[in-house]
Design a protein around this ligand. Structure first.
Ligand code: NAG
Ligand code: NAG
Length: 422
């Protein structure tokens, strides 16, 4: 090998090693994150990565929960919770601390009347840390990421939207308005649309019903949940404060009435246009390949990609994107759902719309409704931890939108930010 070649060889070797080390840093043994349980109390849950097979891996001794950043800690900082990590080999511990539905930090609460929210991520007073002897291996707060796209515009700008991981919610509008007796089988979320967006969700899945004299509603199949107009106003208000965030609205199904006819579609599209049309990014030539780069979208000063499942309506409204494919398994068991999603990733069909969604939630079956077993909250708690691992450890290069129930139970927002910006 001559001199230039060996320099080149060493350079390449350095790049490869550097790549291997840096590539994996965000899913390292002992890394921690907080999630929120889907039950009615919204308990704080501690999670840590237990896959510790590399030579330099250090398995944590303790997993602690603090009320402030432990970088600033002194002798007197006592954890709210301390867990012996080896006693929980699954890397998961549910605390008895209720998170509930607190005010959003950084003046992002919907009800803060006069102040302008501050861009950037903000922490709730909950910090998780993994500890070995006195050393902190990893620590992170539980927080909101209302402007994560704009915060990372330098690294995201050249990336096409179809290549990003986008955290989403399933049946996004189904979060309240149901009598308690049925709630657990109808509601898929426990935070409103505004709050979902403020946490960092960027894909909203809507099913729409029409009721004579009352107008358009969000439906869960045949059950009417809530009026659509207030949700549109929450979306508009969020985008006023976060003008560089790109949000995908998917009007995915129109379950009621069963013959949701041409006129009903036409009137609904007009209503959406009247409320949000000025924010809509027209598909024009943007639907090719993996879709537009983030810079191209930002250059047009539009925030909303509005997808619509009825082709006739799309053909008559040049601001609507083609139907978006959702891979929905209708499964009740975690292992079956994983097989279904794995297969969907492999056999994915290419469509006009460059965006596509994995629906990573379990579905109760008819007998569950009869016997009141496996409600949506329980099923979300069963699957959300797995969804975190599947996307983080196996599918991070392959997925686009991933939509879940009770989305605070998984770590998809952090994973999306980490993976999209690496
Ligand atoms: C932590 O748990 C492991 C496994 O259950 C046990 O062997 C060990 O003694 C525990 N350590 C402490 C400090 O309690
Ligand atoms: C469409 O459905 C609505 C509501 O059911 C009904 O009032 C209307 O007459 C229907 N229009 C057509 C053209 O069938």
């Amino acid at each position: 090998m001559n001199g230039a070649a060996s320099v080149w060889f060493l350079f390449c070797l350095f790049i490869v090693i550097h790549h291997v080390i840096c590539y994996q840093a965000w899913k390292k043994c002992g890394n921690v994150h907080i999630t929120i349980s889907a039950d009615i109390h919204s308990y704080l849950e501690l999670n840590w990565i237990t896959d510790c097979q590399n030579e330099n891996d250090v398995y944590p001794q303790y997993i602690d929960l603090y009320s402030r950043n432990i970088i600033d800690r002194d002798e007197s900082t006592i954890p709210l919770v301390r867990v012996n990590a080896s006693a929980f080999p699954g890397g998961y511990f549910k605390t008895k601390i209720k998170f509930r539905i607190p005010w959003l930090p950084g003046s992002w609460d919907y009800n803060v009347p006069f102040s302008r929210p501050e861009p950037g991520s903000h922490c709730f007073p909950y910090w998780i840390a993994s500890i070995k002897r006195e050393e902190v291996l990893d620590s992170k707060c539980f927080g909101i990421h209302p402007t994560w796209m704009n915060d990372n515009r330098a690294t995201l700008g050249k990336k096409k939207i179809g290549t990003l991981i986008l955290p989403g919610t399933h049946n996004s509008g189904s979060f309240s308005g149901i009598p308690p007796l049925f709630e657990n089988y109808v509601l898929n979320q426990d935070r409103n649309i505004w709050t979902q967006l403020v946490y960092g969700v960027r894909y909203l899945d809507f099913r729409v019903g029409y009721y004579e004299n009352e107008g358009y509603f969000i439906n869960h199949d045949l059950v009417r949940v809530t009026k659509v107009l207030p949700l549109f106003r929450e979306i508009r208000k969020f985008l006023e404060f976060a003008p560089k965030e790109i949000v995908i609205l998917d009007f995915h199904r129109f379950p009621y009435p069963s013959n949701f006819n041409y006129t009903l579609h036409k009137n609904f599209a007009n209503l959406v246009y009247q409320e949000l049309g000025d924010l809509a990014l027209a598909p024009e030539s943007l639907q090719e390949g993996k879709g537009p780069a983030m810079n191209e979208i930002w250059a047009r000063n539009k925030n909303l990609i509005i997808c619509y499942s009825d082709r006739t309506t799309v053909s008559e409204n040049n601001w609507l994107w083609d139907p978006l494919v959702q891979y929905w398994g209708n499964r009740k068991k975690v292992s079956e759902l994983k097989n279904f999603l794995q297969r969907s990733i492999k056999e994915r069909r290419i469509t006009l719309n460059p965006l596509w969604a994995l629906m990573a939630e379990l579905t109760p079956q008819t007998l569950d409704l009869v016997f009141r077993t496996n409600n949506l909250r329980q099923l979300a708690d069963d699957v959300n931890k797995h969804v975190t691992k599947w996307v983080r450890d196996e599918w991070s290069d392959e997925v686009n939108i991933v939509a879940t129930d009770y989305f605070l139970g998984n770590d998809l927002i952090n994973i999306a930010i980490d993976v999209n910006t690496r």
